[in-house]
Design a binder for this molecule. Structure first.
Ligand code: DAH
Length: 347
């Protein structure tokens, strides 16, 4: 029977082609399936030939067609599984890890240069037995000014205008109010008070290369019995040498702050030229780094501290200024722009 021969040929040739298909023949397998079993496939075509057969021949031929279709359908399924497994195996093999390859560099972030500066200074003071105190960025006029000996109509208030939340609440202009808050709390029967307080401060300034409406200070305060200007000088000498090099000297120049008396401006000998005069120290040999002084008796008394028995010194330094000097940064705005190219320089 012609049809029988054709069916047998189709079966054999399809099975043969199927056997040869491996992981590289996913598409060919699919195409062959369509070509044989699909709506317009060879087997379907043979099926159409059934109608030309006689009534006697037709049932047997129909049975044969069904048998071949079942065999081929099963064979396609089995081969599909084999091909799939080969594809997965090949993928796994190509993804195997070569342990001899160099590792991929993970780029690590680093702390902001101001954070580094602050932590470095904190470490030095912790080593000298100081405690680190936190203050409020949103502060009362009372602590920011009045308790720092700047009553409401004091002309020195003009030096530090700020942003007001209400008439009595403002963004602090300096870290000095932490002095009053800490003095209020301190129990002098347990020993002297030695603290620093780093933090953010605000001024009504127009931003330029050396000014920013917000910046960072570190306040320092030591109050106890027999604390003298010599203690102030020794402490600041020490911190200057740690920050700018062991050869550094400091000098105190008379100045004015309402909350200290006497008040001084502190200069460090130039770390670039050693004091001969250069562009960093503007040819003077000295660089101003902070303000300081002996705590004004009124500041002590307002905290209920007996200014006859206790005395102390205080200082306030600008973190940005210290970092700019140490690293030769010439625009303060670089600290706040969040540009990683700036930050990455201080790894
Ligand atoms: N609060 C001052 C300022 O912001 C800095 C300062 C000067 C702080 C002298 C002090 C000090 O504690 O004794 O300009």
């Amino acid at each position: 029977m012609n049809l029988q021969v054709q069916l047998e040929e189709l079966k054999q040739s399809t099975l043969l082609k199927l056997k040869e298909m491996d992981g590289n023949h996913q598409k060919e397998l699919q195409d062959l399936r369509v070509a044989v079993l699909g709506k317009k496939g060879s087997l379907t075509e043979l099926l159409k030939g059934l109608k030309d057969l006689s009534n006697e021949e037709r049932p047997l031929a129909g049975k044969l067609v069904n048998e071949v279709r079942d065999i081929l359908t099963k064979a396609f399924e089995e081969q599909a599984e084999i091909v799939e497994a080969a594809v997965i195996r090949a993928k796994l093999e190509s993804e195997s890890i070569d342990v001899t390859l160099p590792g991929r560099q993970v780029s690590l972030g680093n702390r902001h240069v101001l954070t580094q500066t602050s932590e470095e200074i904190e470490d030095i003071f912790l080593g000298m037995g100081f405690q680190i105190v936190d203050g409020f960025e949103v502060e009362k006029d009372y602590y920011n000014f009045e308790r720092m000996n700047l009553p409401k109509d004091h002309p020195a208030r003009d030096m530090q205008d700020t942003f007001y939340i209400t008439e009595e609440i403002l963004l602090r202009t300096h870290t000095s109010p932490v002095q009053a808050r800490t003095l209020d709390q301190h129990d002098f029967s347990k020993g002297p008070l030695k603290m620093i307080s780093p933090g953010r401060v605000f001024r009504r300034d127009t931003d330029d290369a050396t000014h920013s409406h917000q910046f960072h200070q570190i306040e320092g305060l030591v109050v106890g019995e027999n604390i003298s200007m010599g203690d102030l000088k020794g402490t600041l000498q020490m911190i200057s040498q740690k920050m700018f090099g062991a050869e550094r000297k400091i000098r105190l120049r008379p100045s004015y702050f309402p909350f200290t008396e006497p008040s001084v401006e502190v200069d460090v000998s130039c770390f670039k030229c050693g004091g001969d005069g250069c562009n960093v120290c503007k040819k003077t040999g000295w660089i101003e780094i902070l303000g300081a002084g002996m705590v004004h008796p009124s500041v002590l008394e307002m905290s209920g501290v007996d200014s006859e028995k206790y005395s102390g010194f205080a200082f306030g330094l600008g973190q940005e200024r210290i970092a700019m000097l140490r690293y030769g940064i010439n625009d303060i705005r670089g600290f706040y722009q969040g540009d990683v190219r700036f930050t990455e320089q201080f790894k």
